[in-house]
Design a binder for this molecule. Structure first.
Ligand SMILES: Cc1cc2nc3c(=O)[nH]c(=O)nc-3n(C[C@H](O)[C@H](O)[C@H](O)COP(=O)(O)OP(=O)(O)OC[C@H]3O[C@@H](n4cnc5c(N)ncnc54)[C@H](O)[C@@H]3O)c2cc1C
Length: 302
């Protein structure tokens, strides 16, 4: 099967791109492995006009809009992309496609520190983004838990105080400088340096943070700083340039260093929220359409 564009990933970025391309009357297929990043969250916030919608509902609506314009969708996992004379061959586990251009919108993985109880509550009351869920937990007892992502977590601790006057920071392995202590204390954040052993969960909700000295500190919400791991294996296989931060770099339209290959959303932009990922997908789609148009003109002249 040959397409103008194969989009890999049917999250906000991929679906938005595919919709723009289908409406531009390009043949497009979206291949998706079915693991959107925010699947465990109960509601979406910060998406204009869709506030409070369930994550699965948002994507189901996006899928049906895209399909309505003639785009195609396939549940499968892409395993490799190879260049060929007229573009690329995209190999998935159960299918293969040839295509003129590729958009990789595969998102990222959130790696949490291995503290029992965290992963189970991820997206429910273990959170990382105050812009997504801070308002919903305003004025409640909040813990910020340290881990591997030092700068993100320290920034987060100072930031969360904006939503609640009752914030305790558990460094959990993060070494604090005098300046860090001054900043957190000045923000009215209590620091508890006792190591965390586990999170106490009861009836599906976080009840507190258990410490090595036997204390249980009652908390309703825990903010963490995951390590953000881009799902960029396909881009790296193709030889896309990687920047200083070890993330694949793209131009403002999402074009990678490889001609014909774009990337959009969290795979190249970890802070992008849903609306930002959708916007990046849309921008990439328009750039891809212009790229295809230039080819169409060349072929017509030839
Ligand atoms: C718990 C949580 C809650 C959040 N809440 C909000 C919120 O309220 N508001 C907000 O704006 N943002 C929120 N976010 C952020 C939001 O999840 C991201 O902005 C968004 O998911 C990025 O979209 P994306 O399309 O880049 O990636 P994703 O949504 O992760 O989609 C990527 C898709 O690509 C697929 N894929 C990956 N590899 C392959 C492959 N090899 N082959 C085929 N398919 C593949 C995946 O299965 C997935 O379906 C939240 C994040 C988390 C973790």
């Amino acid at each position: 099967m040959r397409y103008d564009v194969v989009v890999i990933g049917a999250g906000a970025a991929g679906l938005s791109a595919a919709t723009v391309l289908a409406r531009a009357r390009r043949s497009v297929v979206v291949v998706d492995a079915g693991e959107p990043r925010n699947a465990s969250a109960q509601h979406v916030h910060g998406f204009l006009s869709r506030d409070g919608v369930e994550p699965a509902r948002l994507l189901a609506d996006g899928r049906s809009e895209m399909l309505g314009y003639g785009g195609q969708l396939l549940d499968d996992r892409v395993t490799s992309i190879e260049r060929c004379e007229n573009g690329f061959v995209v190999h998935a586990r159960n299918s293969a496609f040839s295509t003129r251009a590729v958009l990789v919108a595969t998102g990222l993985r959130d790696e949490l520190v291995p503290i029992p109880g965290l992963r189970e509550q991820w997206g429910i009351d273990v959170l990382h983004c105050p812009y997504c869920h801070g308002y919903e937990v305003r004025d409640t007892p909040i813990a910020v838990l340290g881990g591997d992502n030092r700068p993100f977590t320290l920034h987060q601790a100072a930031l969360i105080r904006q939503w609640s006057p009752d914030v305790i920071f558990f460094p959990n392995g993060i070494e604090l400088s005098e300046q860090d202590r001054r900043t957190l204390t000045a923000r009215g954040i209590h620091i508890d340096e006792e190591p965390v052993t586990h999170i106490v969960v009861d009836a599906g909700h976080v009840r507190g943070v258990a410490l090595r000295d036997g204390r249980l500190v009652p908390r309703q919400t825990i903010f963490v700083g995951p390590t953000f791991v881009p799902r960029d294996e396909l881009l790296r296989q193709l030889g896309c340039t990687v920047g200083d931060a070890d993330w694949v770099t793209v131009d403002p339209t999402g074009l990678t260093s490889v001609t014909g290959v774009w990337a959009a959303g969290n795979v190249v932009d970890s802070p992008a929220q849903l609306i930002g990922a959708a916007a990046a997908g849309s921008k990439a789609a328009i750039a891809i359409n212009h790229y295809l148009l230039a080819q169409d003109i060349d072929h017509a002249i030839a």
